[in-house]
Design a binder for this molecule. Structure first.
Ligand code: HEM
Length: 486
């Protein structure tokens, strides 16, 4: 490197440092390089380690940390409330969400501004209300799929079963039930549908999509090189695309489905949606419902299968077996505590959810933040820091913490529970996801004790970031099922 080039780079870094609006008002803790460049955080994005890197910064610098010249990440209930809940749905989303446009359309998830989002949500929210999910149509369908899942585990006999695959299949079949019944997928038993699920699940387009976001020009220049030499492929899901485009055109669907709402029940205040927007919403919800629920269950069952969790498995089995299968899942307290603790330790979307601090700036958790700064919280850290005693021993899987009977502490815990985000842009599929998780766990732990597969390594279950969600690094989760005596 010539001295002139070096001088130029140093001058640029120094100017970034001086011109950063975050510098003048309120120095935010963080590594020195974060004041000068976003290269380090980008490096962690490209290597799928952003979440754990940010968590390590929180452990070192505390609940507020600067990760780039224009980006700050928080890990506190106060910040969650301000960023995601103020005025109902919090601050606007950043262009990061452009990465998730579907058929080049903006869906509820990718709409950036509040007003437009609120309009779209009015159209879609009713089918995700708990009252709709708990109705016969959805619940019976979920229970049927949970039974199919149990039968597959049973057939495994003494051999370990790869739960990573079949949990994604289960989540795929459940979410398409809610979207399209009777045209839902049946990937637990039908190999053709399974191909669609595998296409969505084994996505390896992280680096390619990041490059297209950060540098469209470089991406255009290098695209074919990336694919051919480095195997960094763009996201391509032709099977899922045509499954959704064809199915979303069906009009003969059950009243509880999202598609029924879109075709026959739009609120009178909403104009008819173009067919491509209906399909885009459906594809988006389908994708949002596969990896999230599948991976949340995968990490949770893996944790429950560890020898240290055997006492929790026993308690769960006792509750489920004494309640019997006619007790509604939402009445099972210990099951609820297990699910909450699973989502606390292994939130399926552990990463920070970026928002713009509004013009004029705001005070977030006591810090003056200029308008235009990218601010966020990540569930992994909000739910794993001690938070003033809210989560004692945060790295221990401890379902009992949700049952300590202390109402004040419980309110605090729930303020820090960020797995589904919070506020008007929180997860619309939350009730569906919880119903799926609970029905499946009931089928499993009413009938089996689960144990880790012998061929698994620690690395297999390490968390690897995708774009917003994360998954087990090994993309496999071998578990053995030991039948309980009836
Ligand atoms: C355990 C399972 C799940 C978890 C942990 C989860 C988590 C989340 C989180 C954290 C967000 C906010 C994302 C952001 O702001 O960037 C979100 C949004 C969303 N989720 Fe989920 N999700 C789950 C399951 C589902 C399911 C089953 C569906 C649909 C069928 C779904 C559909 C959506 C949609 C459409 C949004 C966008 C909401 C909006 O912008 O208004 N999710 N989810």
């Amino acid at each position: 490197m010539t001295p002139l080039l070096l001088l130029l780079i140093l001058t640029l870094l120094f100017l970034t440092y001086l011109l950063s609006p975050l510098l003048s008002r309120d120095p935010i803790p963080g590594p020195l390089h974060a004041r000068l460049t976003s290269l380090v955080i980008k490096y962690h994005e490209f290597t799928a380690t952003r979440t754990s890197y940010i968590h390590s910064l929180h452990l070192r610098y505390g609940p507020v940390v600067r990760v780039a010249p224009n980006e700050v990440v928080f890990a506190s209930a106060a910040a969650v409330k301000e960023i995601y809940c103020s005025n109902g749905s919090g601050y606007d989303k950043t262009e990061w969400y452009d990465l998730f446009k579907v058929y080049d359309r903006r869906t509820m998830f990718t709409i950036l501004g509040k007003q437009e989002h609120a309009k779209r949500k009015r159209v879609l929210a009713d089918r995700y209300a708990n009252s709709n999910i708990m109705k016969g149509g959805v619940m019976d369908g979920i229970k049927g799929r949970a039974r199919r899942f149990r039968e597959i585990c049973e057939r495994g006999g003494r051999e370990a079963v790869d739960l990573y695959i079949i949990l994604h299949a289960y989540a795929f079949d459940c979410v398409t039930l809610h979207l399209f019944h009777p045209h839902s997928a049946n990937s637990l038993t039908d190999p053709k549908d399974s191909e669609v699920m595998l296409e969505v699940t084994f996505d390896s387009s992280l680096q390619n999509r990041l490059l297209s976001h950060y540098s469209p020009l470089l991406h255009r220049l290098l695209n074919s090189l990336l694919s051919s030499l480095l195997n960094l492929k763009p996201r391509e899901t032709p099977l899922a695309d045509s499954f959704v485009l064809n199915t979303a055109a069906e009009t003969n669907v059950s009243p509880f489905t999202l598609l029924h709402r879109l075709h026959h029940d739009l609120p009178s205040s909403s104009p008819d949606m173009p067919q491509i927007d209906k399909a885009a919403e459906c594809l988006d919800h389908m994708a949002a419902g596969i990896d999230t629920t599948g991976d949340a269950l995968c990490f949770l069952i893996w944790e429950l299968s560890q020898p240290s969790s055997l006492p929790y498995q026993r308690k769960l089995q006792e509750e489920l077996r004494s309640a019997g299968e006619n007790t509604p899942v939402e009445k099972l307290e210990y099951l609820d505590a297990v699910v909450m603790e699973g989502l606390r330790m292994f939130p399926a979307i552990p990463m920070s959810l970026p928002r713009y601090c509004p013009p004029g700036g705001r005070v977030i958790d006591g810090h003056e933040i200029p308008g235009g700064t990218i601010v966020s919280c990540q569930a992994y850290s909000v739910q794993r820091l001690e938070q003033g005693g809210v989560f004692e021993e945060p790295d221990r899987f401890l379902p009992e913490r949700w049952l300590d009977g202390d109402e004040e502490k419980d309110r605090e815990r729930r303020r820090c529970f960020f797995a589904f985000s919070q506020g008007g842009r929180g997860c619309i599929g939350k009730h569906l996801a919880l119903a799926e998780m609970k029905c499946l766990l009931r089928e499993v732990y009413s009938n089996f004790t689960t144990l880790p597969g012998l061929k698994m390594t620690e690395k297999d279950m390490e968390m690897a970031d995708l774009l917003v969600s994360s998954r087990p690094a090994g993309q496999r989760c071998l578990v053995r099922f030991e039948k309980l005596e009836s």
